[in-house]
Design a protein around this ligand. Structure first.
Ligand code: C5P
Length: 239
């Protein structure tokens, strides 16, 4: 059986809907992504209820604060046993290094696997103008590359990056650095509000390790069938 690289994004505040999807998608996706929306509504208990459905968890909370606070937040998050969790690279080297240390310590303490720590570089909602307004000169891609390099130096395991950054970051960061890609659309699904998209196969061919896919699965008439179709398409190219 292939390692399924798809994490299905459950962008909902409804724990029952999340758990129902989790059960339907078992064996058809590699895991689930829960983010700030779900966490703000349901807290750790809500996350635990969904994780009890049996799939690996990508807990996308995008931490960004002083190193001590981020370390504490990471320790608390690790207790939930996520496979992956996120923080902002713009929090700086010291913040990221503190998060890495905290993840290791907490994993040992709670007897769980250390999650992959993934950095967010520049949010894809940020335009060239937004970046300039915040005092960062130069093209967005330069800032993405700079922050990815900083994250790698700080010991972070990888980055979440947009479809148009995959090749450039794979070339810069080498094979061991994890690239997690949202904005994925199978050829048969709607783009929704995603502007730059890749198909699951294209993203994997460009060097992605994990794919975040939401609405093509969650908004499908039959989510399990949609996830199965993506799994079958990937099986043709993955070892
Ligand atoms: O439904 P869709 O496949 O567009 O969902 C993509 C998921 O990935 C959402 O949870 C979205 O917040 C997240 N994401 C994204 N683009 C980024 C970073 C995260 O779409 N640059």
């Amino acid at each position: 059986m292939i390692r399924n690289p798809v994490f299905c994004a459950l962008d909902t505040t409804d724990p029952q809907a999340a758990l129902a999807l989790c059960r339907r998608l078992a064996g058809l996706v590699g895991g689930l992504k829960l983010g700030l929306e779900f966490f703000s509504a349901n807290g750790p208990e809500g996350v635990r209820a969904v994780v009890d459905g049996g799939l690996p968890l990508f807990l996308d909370l995008k931490f960004h604060d002083i190193p001590n606070t981020v370390a504490g937040a990471v320790k608390a998050a690790v207790r939930l046993g996520p496979a992956m969790t996120t923080l902002h690279a713009s929090g700086g080297r010291e913040m990221m290094a503190a998060a890495v240390d905290a993840a290791g310590e907490a994993a040992t303490k709670w007897g769980v696997a250390r999650p992959q720590l993934l950095a967010v570089t520049v949010l894809t909602s940020i335009s060239q103008g937004d970046l300039a307004e915040s005092g960062v000169a130069g093209p967005v891609v330069d800032q993405v590359k700079r922050l990815a390099a900083l994250a790698q130096e700080a010991g972070v395991d990888g980055v979440v990056c947009s479809p148009h950054e995959v090749d450039v970051l794979r070339a810069q960061c080498g094979p061991g650095f994890h690239l997690v890609i949202p904005g994925i659309r199978p050829a048969w699904s709607a783009a929704n509000d995603q502007k730059r998209v890749l198909t699951p196969r294209e993203a994997m061919a460009k060097g992605a390790d994990w794919l975040v896919i939401g609405r093509p699965i969650t908004a499908a008439a039959d989510p399990a069938a949609a996830a199965g179709r993506i799994q079958d398409e990937l099986a043709e190219i993955l070892p």
